[in-house]
Design a protein around this ligand. Structure first.
Ligand code: VGL
Ligand code: ZN
Length: 204
């Protein structure tokens, strides 16, 4: 069975949000249309405590965009975003969420970031998403959401490595683009890992 994975369509990643993705809101009507083609839909939600170490504000003198070592791993520092329960952490009200089977929250451990919907960035903690999909007979996933060069990309890479046939719906995502070509780079990384690209119009 196929599933639609909707990654982090939250206020803080949309125009006007703390970590806004340009044109991020344009994907909402596309995702809503796509949802009618899927019987199995799950969402992910970036869900950080205030003291999360991915926030520049939690490191004296550091600014968003700077890179530090966190537990031996490179960590990009972000503006404070998706603090659990805050307005910024909520799904956009135009995004249909009725009928979703489950929402997987990630980034809850203050000491480690978590881009993928499956695992934290060290691959130490498992959100349970892979097991949940497999238990429900899902073998194919279509991924949409924000942001293409971070949480969507790492969710796609883990979906491939967890053995799912994995598609990225290319017009159902947008990138942060800290560097101007990050979208193209992310697409290349996903394709090289074995994910396939589709357009929403091919599915609707
Ligand atoms: C994300 C940066 C930090 C994302 C989440 O959803 O792509 N990016 N936290
Ligand atoms: Zn985050």
């Amino acid at each position: 069975m196929k599933a639609l994975l909707i990654v982090d369509v939250q206020h803080d990643f949309l125009p006007g949000g703390a970590l806004e993705v340009k044109d991020g809101d344009k994907i909402i009507p596309i995702i809503n249309k796509l949802q009618s083609k899927f019987d199995f839909i799950v969402g992910t939600q970036d869900w950080h405590p205030e003291n999360h170490l991915s926030f520049a504000a939690n490191h004296k003198g550091k600014k968003p965009g700077e890179i530090i070592k966190l537990d031996g791993m490179d960590q990009i520092l972000w503006p404070v975003h998706c603090v659990k329960e805050s307005h910024g952490s909520q799904f956009h009200p135009y995004l249909k969420t009725e009928g979703w089977k489950k929402v997987f929250k990630k980034g809850t451990n203050p000491k480690i970031d978590s881009y993928s919907g499956f695992f934290d960035n060290h691959k130490r903690q498992d959100t349970g998403l892979g097991k949940y999909l497999k238990e429900n007979g899902v073998d194919t996933v279509y991924v949409v959401g924000l942001a293409a060069d971070y949480c969507v990309k790492f969710t796609v890479l883990d979906a491939v490595s967890e053995g799912f046939k994995t598609y990225l719906v290319k017009d159902g995502t947008r990138a942060v683009n800290l560097e101007p070509n990050d979208f193209e780079k992310a697409i290349k990384d996903m394709e090289e890992a074995g994910a396939q690209m589709v357009k929403s119009e091919d599915l609707i």
